[in-house]
Design a protein around this ligand. Structure first.
Ligand code: 5RP
Length: 226
């Protein structure tokens, strides 16, 4: 039986095979994507010619270690393919993302891509989204106001994301993240809209109608496309 890390390596490595010379691709963030970036780096160092738009400082740094040419999203005429991990995946390929705090840039890159592919181990599959706390990126300027609005709207436990030293976690874009524990999200579209209606909410970790397919890895070493 494979460990969770080995399953991530399996799907990450397999996903790198989707990338063809000449493509501009979006590269996501997280431990599964680290394996994909490593595998892609090997292909680049063997002659694969691509350009990549990264979704976080962490992925920028890893891609740079492997000489993967990086460009800004604004300079990409086209992104043929974006690949990223997820925290939860439901049967309609609706996602919760943002466990690593990169949801804003991840959503912008996925939205700009012609195809958005998710890679994950099978523990990420759920019948209904919501067991994983939903990350919501908020402005620092009025985050306490946003927090109050969220409490009124949702009435569920919510938590400002903190670092290990107890100070607030800050995103690559200089914002805070509030994680909301729903248990079950009955209507992801309505929730996403309601969250976006709160002034100061920048982006949510709900990725709805974006993923075209997902590559799932299992402990027995099998993978499947869903
Ligand atoms: C980062 C993300 C990640 O894709 C998500 O948290 C999955 O991470 P991992 O591959 O480490 O399980 O959304 O913001």
């Amino acid at each position: 039986m494979l460990t969770n890390a080995a399953i991530k390596e399996l799907v990450g490595t397999q996903a790198a095979e989707l990338v063809q010379s000449g493509m501009t691709i979006g590269i996501g963030t997280g431990t599964t994507m680290e394996w994909m970036i490593r595998a892609l780096g090997k292909k680049v160092n063997s002659g694969l010619e691509i350009r990549a738009v990264s979704t976080s400082q962490a992925s920028n740094e890893l891609a740079a270690q492997f000489n993967i040419p990086l460009i800004e999203l604004n300079d990409a005429a086209k992104i043929q393919l974006a690949i990223d991990g997820a925290d939860e995946i439901d049967p309609q390929l609706q996602l919760i993302k943002g466990g690593g705090g990169a949801l804003f840039q991840e959503k912008m890159v996925a939205a700009a891509a012609e195809e958005f592919v998710v890679i994950a181990d099978d523990t990420k599959l759920v019948d209904q989204l919501g067991a994983y706390p939903l990350p919501v990126e908020v402005m620092i300027f009025n985050w306490k106001q946003v927090d109050k609005q969220l409490a009124k709207l949702i009435g569920k436990p919510q938590q400002l994301r903190l670092k290990k030293d107890g100070s607030p976690f800050m995103t690559d874009h200089g914002n805070y993240i509030i994680d909301i524990s729903f248990g079950v999200i009955e209507n992801p579209d309505a929730l996403n809209q309601a969250l976006h209606d709160i002034p100061g909410v920048i982006e949510t970790g709900l990725f709805l109608g974006m993923a075209g397919k997902a590559l799932i890895g299992y402990p027995d070493g099998q993978t499947e496309w869903i």
